[in-house]
Design a protein around this ligand. Structure first.
Ligand SMILES: CC(C)(COP(=O)(O)OP(=O)(O)OC[C@H]1O[C@@H](n2cnc3c(N)ncnc32)[C@H](O)[C@@H]1OP(=O)(O)O)[C@@H](O)C(=O)NCCC(=O)NCCS
Length: 151
């Protein structure tokens, strides 16, 4: 696949990955997902949870669900030590290719307005902002930008 990350190894997440994922989650988000939230997504039939590993350690993960013609990104993070090496771009490129292969027509996500790295990532992938959810992040009363990519 011509995404510049041909060597990227992704595999399905499993419950034994959760402790390492929670470590990344805690240093990545103001309001991290809990163990229960990861367990719930792993048990769900409509969500797909994938991880990347480097020398046997989880370096990143992505969780999304596809609902007929739409795909929604629910979570994506990369270990701080492995950021800016194209990992998130690679994970996103892979799942967007999966979406195209599966006749999914559009991809949606929400992002904090202040999240410059994530907004840069999504812009680079071609996402466009289509709206705003006022005070979506209740703990900081920050707005979410809703972004969409037509596939
Ligand atoms: C957002 C995040 C997943 C990006 O992961 P990453 O592997 O470092 O991203 P990549 O190296 O693939 O970068 C892809 C593009 O994103 C943008 N980007 C990434 N980090 C950036 C930063 N710190 N500042 C500005 N733009 C950034 C750039 O456009 C970059 O392309 P470039 O390297 O050609 O400039 C990572 O910073 C992270 O885990 N953040 C905390 C969790 C989070 O905010 N998740 C998103 C929730 S909506």
């Amino acid at each position: 696949m011509a995404d510049g990350v041909t060597g990227l190894m992704m595999r399905p997440m499993n419950t034994s990955d959760i402790p390492a994922i929670l470590e990344i989650e805690k240093v990545s988000f103001a309001v991290p997902w809990t163990r229960g939230m990861f367990e719930e997504t792993l048990a769900s039939d409509i969500t797909i949870s994938l991880v990347t590993e480097e020398v046997g350690r989880i370096s990143g993960y992505i969780i999304f669900y596809d609902a007929g013609p739409e795909m929604h990104i629910m979570n994506i993070a990369v270990h701080p030590r492995q950021r800016r090496h194209g990992l998130a771009f690679g994970m996103m490129s892979r799942i967007l290719a999966f979406a195209r292969d599966n006749a999914i027509e559009e991809c949606f996500l929400e992002v904090r307005e202040s999240n410059v790295p994530a907004r840069g990532l999504y812009k680079k992938l071609g996402f466009r902002s289509i709206g705003r959810r006022k005070e979506y992040y209740s703990e900081t009363r920050e707005d979410a930008l809703v972004m969409r990519l037509s596939l």
